[in-house]
Design a protein around this ligand. Sequence first.
Ligand code: PEP
Ligand code: MG
Length: 885
Amino acid sequence: MTTFVHDFTDGNKDLKDLLGGKGANLAEMTLMGLPVPPGFTVTTEACRVYLRTGAMPEGLFTEVEQHLRQMQHRMGKTFGDARDPLLLSVRSGAKFSMPGMMETILDIGLNDASVVGLGRQSADERFAWDSYRRLIQMFGRTVFDVPGDAFEEELAAARSIAGVATDPELDTAHLRNLVDAYKKVFREHVGRDFPQAPHEQLFLAIGAVFRSWNAERAVLYRRQERIPQDLGTAVNVMTMVFGNRGENSGTGVAFTRDPATGRRGVYGDYLRNAQGEDVVAGIRNTVPLAELATIDPTSYRQLLSIMQRLEQRYRDLCDIEFTIENGRLWMLQTRVGKRTPAAAFIIAAQLVDEGTITLDEALQRVTGEQLAQLMFPSFDTTAAPPPLTTGVPASPGAAVGAIVFDSAAAAAATEPVILVRRETNPDDLPGMIAAAGVLTARGGKTSHAAVVARGMGRTCVCGAEELRIDGDSVTVAGRTLHAGDVISIDGTTGRVYPGSVAVRPSAVVRYFEGELRAHGDPLLSAVERLMAHADHRARLDVHANADTAADAARARRFGATGVGLCRTEHMFLGDRRQLVERLILAEDDAARADALQALLPLQRADFEELFAAMDGLPVTVRLIDPPLHEFLPPLEELAARVAHTQALGGDPGHDGALLTAVRRMHEQNPMLGLRGVRLGLVVPGLFAMQVRAIAQAAAARVAAGGDPRPEIMVPLVGAVQELETVRAEAESVLASVPGAPQIRLGTMIEVPRAALTAGQIADVAEFFSFGTNDLTQMTWGFSRDDVEGAFFGRYLELGIFAVSPFESIDRDGVGELVRTAVERGRAVRPDLTVGVCGEHGGDPTSVRFFHDANLDHVSCSPFRVPIARLEAGRAACTVTGSDSR
Ligand code: PEP
Ligand code: MG
């Protein structure tokens, strides 16, 4: 029979699938002999059964009762006992951490009788009644969806009756009355009395935590973080310990290193006389953890030693939650901690230096997404006005935007906005996703805003206490700002500026550009070291998509070892457009040849520069791809111009001829029309001119002592016969150019038919490059120019896919075509070179796929080259990572 409940003494950190992250780590800490309050975990399997069937799995009640009995025995207390009650906390805990997204209920087991017992036993009646009112509130909201405001109104009324400003000032008598008022609220909204039976409370709470897996905000968070929707959450039931039992009690959150900068040394926040939720919610302001050394030196020393042991055990930065009850330290949670991208690189390098992990492991501790974030710009503060205020730098980056004061306004905004809140709660998630940055008045680096913003790479400044937020205005430093006013927030320094501050490039980009040296800078040295190791490990080469010598040179500085795609159509724009017009309007072969002859030297010069920039490295030049009418004026504009001229009695002349051509060439679906290889076969001499330009440019470079390595790539091939025809013509042109080096000819694979007939095509092609933009378009039948704006938002909402297939490769569909083509192509030509040059070539998850699919290289825009290099190295290292999710 399936076991649905595991005691904390029965598990370890590797059982996250079953026990969830929190449960597995509680078991691990119990195993290490750390002071964890006794408890048990209801498994994710039980949750999945509950969500599937709507009922608790059979046998669960009996198992829970058994475990409860053991706990009672160990604690020498009885659950909900009227004289000295054992009380429980019930917390969610999924495999991947989802901060604040699901539910927690504390003080389960309190009722009208045990509240008196708790007061007597703890010699603190006030504390007992405060705990009871918290339970009714939390339970009502979580289990029965009683609106939080209904309780808040009663709380505010109690404060006003008592004539006090804050909750801790409410005395026992007022709290008793508040409990009565809360019970009334409960009855009114739920239609029954607040349950007095402790066991009923417990089972209802477990069900509510299960259901919270499917809360809207939790679903949204998982979609954002790409966490599968079907995992379910475990539920941790733990003996309550109290941080709110006076001045020698308290609660805190700590990190074994600074999660924002990676600096060595413990880091955290402590809140005296408070329950854990108060810290995470950021409602009250905390003191730095170091102050605990003076408040309670014994607990502080014990905590430091535990933190050291946890780092050794997990071999990574850990974050923890702890409570001190009457001078006794309890560990409530630990996990591998989230960190900023800079901290991720710095800590990975530190752990290598400390001999804790290998370089291979260090590579698994950083990601391409993190590197991408480090390549964001920051503020140029030399030009900035004095800051309005400084808050806690919670998530780095530089964000400029108009102020909005609520999540809905942020989500609805069309311009960049900064979400300004006193503090955030999980309901603010849509606004946090939509905003360029988040600014809060309350809470530290471990507040909800900070944790969530860091997780999603959003710039965040929190705890800017000088902000006075009042409805739709905020006052700071004597200035009042309104919704719509622009501010700039610096998540690296915590500074908040009025207006729009200029931004400057990232240090990491400047390092890649060769403008900064890594030596002496902890972040740049860590990046340098890990990139070098990634290059050493990688099996995939990283090329760049670059159309100009300048782009190619930058790509080379960023570590590209070739140009995987030079789109030649960009060489037909600007002044040269009129030459293309001449080509299109040519009425006979001679006129066409003239136009092509005029284009030839221009193309040749472009290629010469490009080959010089990439001397010694392969440069794949793609013959012209888009429909030719893209080089002509739009039909409506031209028609209007011609009509206007005619109306004035004039002769439209050149415009008239152009209009006729545009009408002749008009296509309903140009992306599926006369483009790519089809164009080369239909317009005589066009491809030949390009091939000649490539060959002549290469010959000129050779003559100048260079080492050009051009390759010619044919776009949009669907049938081998197309390629054979182009190849025959190209070979004869190449043979006619003296001094040209050997030039390989290959094809893009971007039409599904090409992927399926790759065996035939490989007979003629010396290399393949997957054009996954078109391949995705044609496999899904999605117009790549339209669908993302039109309906992908809805598709993402519905979970039809978690990420746009134009952004990250669709492994099951497009990916299957890639695998098929590689297999069929290499079966015919074992030394076939295979790469990818669609947008996916620079997407971290897709790079891993291309590694697995045995490609030779990925090619991406120059700025993404370092990201692809890092991911190529990570994909080639098989050691397991340290999953901080
Ligand atoms: C592609 O289709 O993936 C590709 C690289 O070509 P383009 O984006 O120019 O169509
Ligand atoms: Mg394409």
